[in-house]
Write a protein that binds this ligand. Structure first.
Ligand code: ZN
Length: 433
C-alpha cells in the first residue's frame, strides 16, 4: 500500500493553473499572514459565514495591530474552518512554518516565521523543494507574459479584445497595441498583431468569461458584431472621471451593457479560437463554480461550450475545475470529444471529497490521457503547496482503491498517476522542459 503513496509523493508534477504573485513582488511586501492567506478562497468562506465586507477590509489593514485583526476574523474562522479551503491552509502552515492551529498566539508566531523567509529563494524552497512542481501554467489575469521561467509558463486571456463596451475601452486598447482601432476589421488586425507579438512567450489562451456572462458563444456574423462595435464608437455619451470638491469621485461612463455587447463578444471569442487553431495553441476555459461570493454558477455549465468543441475540433480545450458541480456533464463531453480535457485544477481545494469522487468516476469513463489531475489556482505559494499535498493524497487514495479491488495493477496505477500529474500537460501544452 505504501508503495503507490510513496511513488505519488515523490513524483515531480506539472501544475495546470496558477495566479501566483511573482516572487519579486511577494518578497517586497510585508508578508502579512492575513493579507496573504485571506487574499482569496478562505476569505470567500468567511464572508459566506457572515463576516461583513467592512470587517474583512479592516482585517487586512496593516495600520491595525495583528492581534486586533485576528480578533475580527477568529469567530468566523471558527465557523468556516470545516471547509477544504482551511484544510489547505492548515497543511501549509504546519509543514512550512510548524504552526498547527491558528489562534491569537500562534498568529504572531506565524507572522514572524513568514517574515523570516520572505526573501528571494522562497519560491524555490516552496514550489520546487517542498511541492516538487516542475512548472506551473500561469494565468496572470491581466495578460502578463514576462514571468519567471524557472516556475511559470503563461497563458493569456485577451479579454480586452472581447469585453469592449465603450469608446474608452477601444481607446485604451489602441494605445496598448499601438494600432489605431476604428472598425471591427482593425480590431481583428490588432488582435492578430498582439498574438504575434507574444506568440513565443505563451503556451496557450485562457477564457474566463463565466465570471461575466454565460459561456454560450453563439456563431455570430461580422455584420452583427460590427453593429455593436459601431454603436460603441458612435455613442454620444462621454467618459468623465473627476473628483468633486468634497472628495467624492464621480465617473460617467459611455459603457453599453455586457448583454448588449454580446454579439461582439461572441464574434471575438470565435476569432480567438480561430487564431488558436491556426497557431495550434490549446485553450483553457473556466467552467463551474466561480471564486468569490454572489456569482451565478449556472452561467458556467460546460454544455454551453459544445458548439465550440464541435467547430474547433483541432483546438485542445483544457476545461477547468471539473466544471464542478457539472462534473458529470464535463465527463460526458470529454468522453465524446477527442479535443476536450477534464482539468481538476482548484477542485481538490474546493472540496477534497468532491475531487476524489469525481476522479474515481472519471477514471471509469474518460481515457486517462484526457484527465489533468492538479492545478493549484492560488495567489500565494502556501496555498499552492497545501493544495498540491491534498491533490497527491487524493490521487493516491483513488488509485489505491482501484488497485485493491483488482481493477488496475500497481504498475498501471503508477502510470496513470504520472499521466494525470505530469505527462498529459506536457503533451497538451508542448512544454519545452
Ligand atoms: Zn484560476
Amino acid at each position: 500500500m505504501a508503495e503507490l503513496y510513496d511513488f505519488i509523493e515523490n513524483l515531480w508534477i506539472i501544475d495546470s493553473h496558477e495566479h501566483t504573485v511573482q516572487e519579486v513582488e511577494r518578497v517586497s511586501s510585508e508578508a502579512d499572514p492575513l493579507q496573504i492567506l485571506l487574499s482569496q478562497y478562505a476569505s470567500s468562506d468567511l464572508i459566506s459565514s457572515g463576516l461583513s465586507l467592512e470587517d474583512y477590509v479592516r482585517a487586512l489593514n496593516l495600520n491595525v495591530s495583528l492581534k486586533e485583526r485576528w480578533r475580527i476574523i477568529e469567530p468566523f474562522w471558527d465557523k468556516a474552518k470545516n471547509t477544504t479551503y482551511f484544510e489547505v491552509i492548515n497543511i501549509a502552515l504546519k509543514d512550512l512554518y510548524g504552526v498547527n492551529e491558528l489562534d491569537e498566539n500562534t498568529i504572531e508566531v506565524l507572522s514572524e516565521k513568514m517574515k523570516a523567509v520572505n526573501r528571494i529563494g522562497l519560491y524555490r524552497w516552496v514550489l520546487k523543494e517542498k511541492a516538487k512542481i516542475r512548472i506551473s501554467i500561469f494565468d496572470g489575469i491581466t495578460d502578463i507574459v514576462d514571468v519567471d521561467r524557472e516556475f511559470f509558463a503563461p497563458v493569456v486571456r485577451l479579454e480586452d479584445f472581447i469585453l469592449l463596451r465603450s469608446r474608452e475601452d477601444v481607446r485604451r486598447l489602441s494605445e496598448a497595441t499601438k494600432i489605431p482601432i476604428h472598425s471591427l476589421k482593425s480590431l481583428e488586425s490588432a488582435l492578430e498583431s498582439e498574438v504575434q507579438s507574444i506568440l513565443n512567450k505563451i503556451v496557450g489562451f485562457k477564457i474566463a468569461l463565466a465570471y461575466r456572462r454565460d459561456v454560450h458563444f453563439e456563431k455570430t456574423t461580422f455584420n452583427e458584431a460590427e453593429k455593436v462595435f459601431n454603436k460603441i464608437m458612435g455613442s454620444e455619451r462621454t467618459f468623465i472621471r473627476y473628483t468633486s470638491p468634497d472628495g467624492i469621485r464621480l465617473t460617467m461612463s459611455d459603457e453599453i451593457s455586457v448583454e448588449e455587447a454580446r454579439p461582439l463578444q461572441n464574434y471575438m471569442v470565435h476569432r480567438i479560437l480561430e487564431t488558436a487553431s491556426r497557431y495550434r495553441l490549446p485553450v483553457q476555459v473556466h467552467t463551474g463554480l466561480q471564486e468569490g461570493n454572489l456569482n451565478l454558477v449556472s452561467n458556467s455549465n460546460p454544455l454551453y461550450l459544445a458548439n465550440l468543441f464541435m467547430e474547433y475540433y483541432n483546438v485542445k480545450f483544457d476545461v477547468f475545475h471539473g466544471a464542478y458541480p457539472y462534473v458529470r456533464e464535463l465527463a460526458v463531453l470529454a468522453k465524446n470529444f477527442p479535443n476536450v480535457y477534464v482539468d481538476l485544477c482548484w477542485l481538490h481545494a474546493v472540496s477534497s471529497s468532491s475531487a476524489k469522487y469525481a476522479l474515481n468516476e472519471l477514471l471509469d469513463m474518460v481515457p486517462a490521457n484526457k484527465i489533468i489531475g492538479f492545478g493549484g489556482d492560488y495567489k500565494h505559494v502556501e496555498g499552492v503547496y497545501g493544495h498540491s499535498r491534498l491533490a497527491r493524497k487524493n490521487v493516491a487514495e483513488v488509485l489505491q482503491d482501484k488497485v485493491d479491488r483488482g481493477r488496475y495493477s500497481l504498475e498501471e496505477a503508477k502510470n496513470i498517476a504520472k499521466m494525470l500529474l505530469y505527462d498529459n500537460l506536457l503533451e497538451v501544452f508542448k512544454l519545452g522542459i
